[in-house]
Design a binder for this molecule. Structure first.
Ligand code: ADP
Ligand code: MG
Length: 679
């Protein structure tokens, strides 16, 4: 791989600037593709300009003036044989004033707008032209850049890179020809220097074959690295754990309900994985309330029955505590020893738990992040279960897995569904199980959107519900900018509710409370001693109190879609009809309105996740920290869905039949990705 420093023409400062863009090799530069294009191949007569067009014109400056009111601006009037137009600059240097003086002959490129005196261009790009007018032969690319690096610098650097002729084809011709895609070299040339007759719209919306070729290459590199990762994992050793004959059947027999078809299916999938001699990496997806915990319970018992320890990690103390209670209740009749570990335990409790885990006496360890700390030594960890896995980073999941020797199996659970295109791409190295039905006794939650102006009615409604024996959550607004303010708001709301409802027992939970306080409040709410729980979004994950059937969410417009869906999932867990009221502040923005509409209209977590993905894009939806895979730069999972399918179906064949092509391809596309950190 050629480094830039080895090539004539790349100065030190240029190299430093390119580094800022993540570019350090010729290949990186070749793959630094334009954001958009401008058409400088023709000159438009001023008379023919149309509103909204981006166009290039050429003429003489017939008037130039710097005005100071209402604010400083440079006004220039440009004339050609057909007419005149105004050019306006709000920020400018003295050198520009000189270059745009009366009598200068210039070429200007910009967007035609309505101005005070007819058409105008604001901040057009200008350059002076000599007597003969030469227009560009190709469309001009505009690149993503960084401060200190001009478009001209980047264009020059890319021209140098293309000149290196490092454009060898990585793939066998049959692969791209079957897809009607051009070869790599043609594509690179065409995208950096598109011919003047190129179709600007297919060029800009990236549906041109040359764009599709590069999108395909990128998707393929992702598939290849994922598949290689998958294959490597199958060569690792893990304990092969036979099915549970005794404990799991006994647990299921003791339950007050029977598993849904969906639960039975995923229980079987997981059980089968555990029997394999290589590590399971399975993601269990199921909407909020679909009953993932009991599935985790059966998996845990399979391991425990054969002498392996199990770790169950949850992202919040409230949830870990709840799991601890539930498992204690389920597993007590089976005589299974459970250790409980969180960051806020007393030293004595903690040491007892650590000792139990290290000696192997504790068969199941339940806890928060505390579980993967260095001081925790398992005697024989066979299975690590991670609840609400999207709340943990890749490194954290990895740290827990490192606690076992050989590698333990890993079950990840998530109520934030991963849309199909994402699970085919970013999660392609995992096996996925889906619970796609809710237990039969559920009545769907009724969702209402209510303006904050009608708060009084809502308060009345809370009073009635609580007086009638059900319980309610009041969720305080999310204030991302300031945790202190968020806390303040929660405390204010709590005080306000207390004075509003003297007849009710009201509780407060927030993230800054001591564990014991939090536990006491949650326990009182679970036992029905508290009727109204004022809470921050700490209750978002996992909390399960079936008698709660009303939830009010304040400033719902500030929350993300998945977050709202998770919060709403805290109600509708029992047989009673449940309602979730989303209070919003008036004057909603367009996007806020669109988001609330999605939540209002849908109860299905998969549809909501897809909409969330569409609104936010995969980068924000996933976060690199979470997925451990570099984000796609060129391909778009929706637009290029067909290419994703092709890449997926081709990856295994290529790995088997063309190993050298695979290496070359990954070298070109993944040289920076480093070791793929996936769990
Ligand atoms: P989640 O998938 O959101 O983690 P939980 O595991 O907390 O859901 O389950 C939600 C509630 O549904 C719990 O009270 C659980 O005991 C109950 N539950 C689970 N499976 C069934 C079932 N098959 N029938 C009835 N209730 C069930
Ligand atoms: Mg759960």
């Amino acid at each position: 791989m050629t480094n830039l420093a080895d090539i004539k023409g790349f100065s030190k400062p240029l190299i430093t600037n390119l580094h800022k863009l993540g570019i350090s090799t010729i290949q990186d530069l070749l793959l630094h593709l334009p954001l958009r294009y401008i058409d400088e191949t023709r000159i438009t007569a001023i008379r023919d300009l149309r509103l909204g067009d981006a166009a290039q014109m050429e003429g003489e400056i017939v008037h130039a003036e710097v005005s100071y009111k209402p604010r400083k601006a440079l006004h220039v009037r440009l004339e050609d044989a057909s007419g005149q137009i105004n050019l306006r600059f709000l920020h400018f240097y003295p050198s520009q004033v000189a270059a745009l003086a009366v009598g200068k002959y210039i070429r200007a490129y910009g967007e035609v707008r309505h101005g005070f005196f007819g058409y105008e261009m604001v901040h057009p790009q200008c350059k002076s032209v000599g007597s003969q007018t030469i227009v560009a032969e190709t469309l001009t690319p505009v690149y993503p850049t960084t401060s200190g690096l001009t478009q001209a610098n980047i264009r020059k650097a890319i021209a140098l890179a293309i000149g290196q002729n490092d454009l060898a084809e990585t793939l066998p011709a049959c692969v791209y020809k079957n897809l009607n895609l051009p070869n790599f070299s043609t594509s690179i040339h065409a995208l950096h220097n598109p011919p003047p007759d190129a179709n600007l719209s297919t060029l800009e919306n990236k549906t041109m074959p040359e764009w599709r070729r590069l999108a395909f290459d990128e998707l393929l590199s992702q598939q290849l690295s994922m598949r290689k990762h998958y294959i490597k994992r199958r060569s690792l050793e893990a304990p092969a754990i036979a099915a549970s004959q005794k404990l799991a059947p006994q647990l299921l027999k003791n339950l007050a309900f029977i598993l849904t078809q969906s639960q039975q299916k995923v229980v079987a999938e997981i059980s089968h994985d555990l029997m394999q001699p290589h590590p399971m990496r399975r993601l269990l997806q199921g909407d909020v309330g679909s009953g993932k915990t009991i599935v985790a319970g059966t998996a845990a018992l399979q391991a425990i029955e054969h002498g392996w320890q199990v770790a169950l990690m949850a992202p919040t103390e409230i949830l870990a505590e709840q799991h601890y209670k539930k498992f204690s209740q389920w597993l007590a009749p089976l005589d299974i020893n459970i250790a409980w570990l969180t960051g806020s335990q007393s030293k004595i409790e903690r040491e007892a738990a650590l000792e139990g885990i290290a000696s192997g006496r504790a068969q199941l360890a339940i806890g928060t992040h505390a579980l993967f700390q260095e001081s925790v030594q398992f005697s024989k960890l066979g299975l690590a279960i991670i609840d609400e896995q999207h709340r943990f980073g890749v490194q954290q999941r990895l740290a827990l897995r490192k606690k076992g020797e050989p590698e333990p199996h890993q079950l990840m659970m998530s109520a934030t569904p991963i849309p199909r295109t994402l699970s085919m791409s970013y999660f392609a190295d995992l096996d996925v199980s889906v619970i796609d039905e809710l237990p039969p006794d559920r009545t769907p939650v009724m969702t209402k959107l209510v303006s904050d102006e009608r708060r009084d009615e809502i308060l009345q409604r809370v009073r009635e519900a609580c007086m009638a024996g059900s319980q309610a959550y009041w969720v305080c607004p999310l204030i991302e900018e300031s945790e202190a303010l968020q806390l303040q708001t929660a405390q204010d709301t709590f005080a306000h509710m207390q004075s509003e409802f003297p007849e009710l027992n009201i509780g407060l939970v927030h993230g800054r409370m001591k564990t014991a306080e939090k536990q006491a409040v949650m326990q009182a709410f679970t036992f029905g001693e508290i009727q109204l729980l004022v809470a921050t979004t700490v209750i978002e994950v996992g909390v399960d109190v079936p008698n709660a059937s009303l939830m009010i969410i304040e400033h719902a417009e500030r929350m993300g879609l998945s977050q709202l869906h998770q919060l709403r999932g805290r109600v509708g867990r029992g047989a009673a009809k449940s309602t979730c009221i989303l209070l919003y502040q008036n004057k909603l923005s367009e996007t806020a309105r669109a988001r609330l509409k999605v939540i209002y209209e849908n109860n299905d977590g998969f549809i909501i996740a897809q909409a969330d993905l569409n609104l936010r894009g995969p980068g924000e939806y996933l976060g690199t920290r979470q997925s451990g895979v570099p984000m796609l730069k060129i391909a778009d999972l929706e637009r290029d869905a067909d290419l994703l399918e092709s890449a997926k179906s081709m990856a295994d064949k290529l790995i088997k039949e063309y190993p050298q092509a695979v290496e070359a391809h990954l070298e070109r596309w993944m040289s920076h990705a480093g070791e793929l950190v996936k769990v």
